[in-house]
Design a protein around this ligand. Sequence first.
Ligand code: NAI
Ligand code: MG
Length: 510
Amino acid sequence: MKKSAAIHKAPQKKPAAVSVALDQPGIPALDFGSAWEYSAAPESTSVTVQDRYELFIGGKFVRPKSGRYFQSVNPATEKPLARIAQANAADVDSAVKAARKAYDGVWGKMSGRERGKYLFRIARMIQERARELAILETMDGGKPIKESRDVDLPLVAAHFFYYAGWADKLNYAFPGKSARSIGVAGQIIPWNFPLMMAAWKIAPALACGNTVVLKPAETTSITAMHLAQIFQDAGLPDGVVNIITGVGRTGAALVEHPDIDKIAFTGSTDVGKKIAAAVAGSGKRLTLELGGKAANILMEDAPINQAVEGIINGIFFNQGHVCCAGSRLLVEESVYPQVLRRLRDRMRTLRVGDPLDKNTDIGAINSREQLNRICELVDSGVEEGAELFQSPCALPGSGYWFRPSFFTGVTASHRIAREEIFGPVLSVMTFRTPAEAIERANNTCYGLSAGIWTDKGSKIFKMASQLKAGVIWANTYNKFDPTSPFGGYKESGFGREGGLHGLLPYVVLE
Ligand code: NAI
Ligand code: MG
């Protein structure tokens, strides 16, 4: 690990070797000049972070029965932010009981029209408190404020608005059938989009008449507890949403609880497999949204500058902490040198640093564990013979950082081409024909997303029909909308979130 820290953290270290393809004559370097220099523009941090966050059970903030708390740190400074309650099996049981009581007593019987009113109110309150929530999301998780403010929070509110609209129209969603709620849903979410994942899970569950026990990820629990305050302020009946914080064991206790009717999980494929094994034969319903190893396919007729911008967004957005990140770039051989050169020049202008600065492009890696995972995989790439380019940008002295990087000379057998890196690291490969591009793109155990860059609509349709991925973007990347279903195939999981399809996991159709 020491070696990784030296390569990836030292600000003055000379970047690793640049690919031979970049040194070919005849390709002018892009001069971004001084247009990219900005003064620091830090977002104000005048938000209240509590010293301690309790569990949210039955509409109240309660101390954990274990009496134990764990620290959440700010990954950009490594400084402690708050102590978070550690729920044990007894706390999980209280939360499930509260959710069952609310389901039987209030929410399960309430008309869709009434449920919709609560969801609309919650959506509006999220909008009103969006700035506070965005700052907290950035402080606790490390993502740049321009993403939490302009991407995450608008989508969080949009999800509540969208599913509020469905609450009284479920019988129109499924013509000829009547949709009944399921009961109590246990929902376990990761740290890469903490509030967005909470919204993706809670909003459709509530719209369909279910109650919820949600378990946020241990490094990013704070905004979920502020969302709990919004539920309280909105007058949501007690126990309709319960939020229990804790580590993996807390999630496992929720999965194993006998009075849960449905589990929804987003996270690693390893934990997803454990959950699938744990619920097998229990009658609990399950949806899993797991990892990915998406290919971005760049054809020679694509508008190269636009494509490079999209590829950069596809892998460096949110530090690459994105299950659908375009972590493999497949470039048509004829344009490979230009693409590589533009990619390198543009990457040199990316600003890595203080996530609360409005001009920051790439924020902090979410945790030391995640930084270690990224470093270990990048080291394996170097050891297996791929060539690493890293942006020479300066990095802050403390905090968890990783330079935007790409590998060339990657073969399909390298670990960096097969395993999810979940960091700002791109593996670049080439292809000669569309058929070869499809074969390479599909050569993965995952199937969550893919991207195609070309000037020809016909190529988009032809390739999209052959790519084995749940979401395919054409001439854009990482665009989300509550009306659009999202989910994967193969080891990326099953079930869809978003859109009309996102209602299905939360209803019984009769
Ligand atoms: P993880 O899968 O361990 O964590 C996700 C959530 O599951 C957290 O809330 C965690 O507390 C919970 N959890 C952990 N063990 C559990 C268990 N046995 N039963 C029930 N819940 C459990 O992910 P982790 O360790 O934080 O990240 C590891 C790798 O997973 C990343 O490097 C990345 O490759 C991938 N990942 C994928 C995500 C996605 O969006 N698909 C999100 C987060 C991580
Ligand atoms: Mg944190």
